[in-house]
Design a protein around this ligand. Structure first.
Ligand SMILES: NC(=O)c1ccc[n+]([C@@H]2O[C@H](COP(=O)([O-])OP(=O)(O)OC[C@H]3O[C@@H](n4cnc5c(N)ncnc54)[C@H](O)[C@@H]3O)[C@@H](O)[C@H]2O)c1
Ligand SMILES: [Zn+2]
Ligand SMILES: [Zn+2]
Length: 363
């Protein structure tokens, strides 16, 4: 029997989100219903609400979650009812060009549930990142459930998106290793996770840059060795600030966790020759970038984007939960506040005002 539960939707562009009834169909073949226990408020949910991702309104928002499997459809073998899982938006297909060449973190055909959740009038909902978990229950594909050892859902659920994206941007995409110099531009949940990931990997100098002093305090707490408030600085001044802290050269790896043309250029010029730029912040469709091609050639190195921190959920989630439980990765520091499902819109305001690293809805 289809079930009706409460969920947070974005009905149209730029309008506050609504808490409403949503209908979850019975799980079909390869599908799973999860009792959602937590869902972090990610900037990407706000991008959806602003029409910055697509125009496929209405969206069922939310995608950074942990929960417990409550029903499984036909043929589901990798999880069973009662399993504690973190939801992921990279259920690899195993069969596409990327998967076949041994780079499944680029999978071009990731799986989501085939059925849609709907409003009570039958209107189909587009789930954010194929998840949609600002809801008491959600319907996902089997591969979107990664089984991990039980831990505080509000904390480990953050691995489902932003924190994994940030850690992975540093250690998977940027290949930060011991002794490397790293600069992270933008120290929200994602940037701070890049800092924590860099610290975990043994980076030497870790420079945090943000226009908000509070974020810099958090960055320091998560492992930044240097902090720079770039408010009011020109692009050149930001680059100089990175160079001054890296022997005049620039950082080996610069992570842009904002995703704007000016922050990307700061990353591009703030890295050492032959260094690496990692773009993990998500630009909006109208943004364009101008850089002299001669500089792209002349400075060499690697200019990369990082979707989801190039993670493999099955490999990375259990490992990072273990590191958290061992006290080696302070994931709990990312939870700034625990809120109810009716408080997503005020949480967007707090996020945009820079008051929180992550607000997490608990169910
Ligand atoms: N690539 C991925 O897989 C992935 C996954 C999750 C989120 N994201 C994206 O990462 C970005 C960051 O997400 P978040 O949740 O940390 O957001 P957030 O709003 O919490 O953090 C953004 C931070 O950037 C700072 N900032 C803004 N403009 C700046 C500038 N010009 N210079 C320096 N700092 C500046 C803000 O003060 C804030 O601290 C977003 O674009 C989000 O959509 C990407
Ligand atoms: Zn694939
Ligand atoms: Zn996210």
């Amino acid at each position: 029997m289809p079930q009706t539960v409460k969920g947070v939707i974005s009905r149209s562009k730029g309008v506050p989100v609504e808490l409403t009834d949503i209908v979850i169909p019975d799980p079909g073949p390869g599908e799973v219903i999860v009792d959602v226990k937590s869902c972090g408020v990610c900037h990407t949910d706000f991008h959806y609400r602003e029409g910055g991702v697509s125009d496929d309104f209405p969206f069922l928002l939310g995608h950074e979650s942990a929960g417990v499997v409550s029903e499984v459809g036909e043929g589901v073998t990798s999880v069973e009812v009662g399993d504690f899982v973190i939801l992921n938006w990279r259920a690899i297909c195993g069969d596409c060009r990327a998967c076949k060449r041994g780079e499944p973190w680029y999978c071009f055909d990731t799986h989501n549930a085939s059925q849609k959740m709907t409003l009570t009038d039958g209107t189909e909902l587009e789930p954010a990142l194929g998840i949609g978990s600002f809801a008491e229950k959600t319907l996902v594909a089997e591969g979107q459930c990664t089984k991990v050892r039980e831990a505080d859902p509000a904390v480990v659920g953050l691995l489902g998106c932003g924190v994994m994206a940030g850690i992975g941007a540093a250690i998977n995409t940027g290949e930060v290793t011991r002794g490397k110099t790293v600069a992270v531009i933008g120290c929200g949940g994602v940037g701070c996770a890049s800092i924590a990931g860099s610290a975990l990997a043994g980076a030497g100098t870790i420079i945090a840059l943000d226009i908000d002093e509070k974020k810099l305090d958090w960055a320091k707490d998560l492992g930044a060795t240097d902090v720079v408030n770039t408010k009011g600085m020109s692009e050149d001044e930001v680059v100089s600030a990175i160079q001054e802290r890296t022997g005049g050269f620039g950082a080996d790896v610069v992570v842009d966790a904002v995703g704007r043309p000016e922050t990307w250029r700061q990353a591009f010029y703030g890295r050492d020759l032959a260094g690496t730029v990692v773009l993990v912040g998500v630009p909006t469709p109208e943004m364009e970038l101008t850089v002299p091609l001669a500089d792209v050639f002349g400075r060499g190195g690697r200019l990369k984007s990082s979707w989801y921190g190039d993670c493999l959920p099955e490999r990375d989630f259990p490992m990072l939960v273990d590191l958290y439980e061992q006290g080696r990765l302070p994931l709990d520091k990312f939870v700034s506040e625990r809120i109810g499902i009716a408080d997503v819109e005020p949480a967007f305001d707090k996020m945009n005002a820079g008051q929180v690293l992550r607000s997490v809805v608990e169910f």
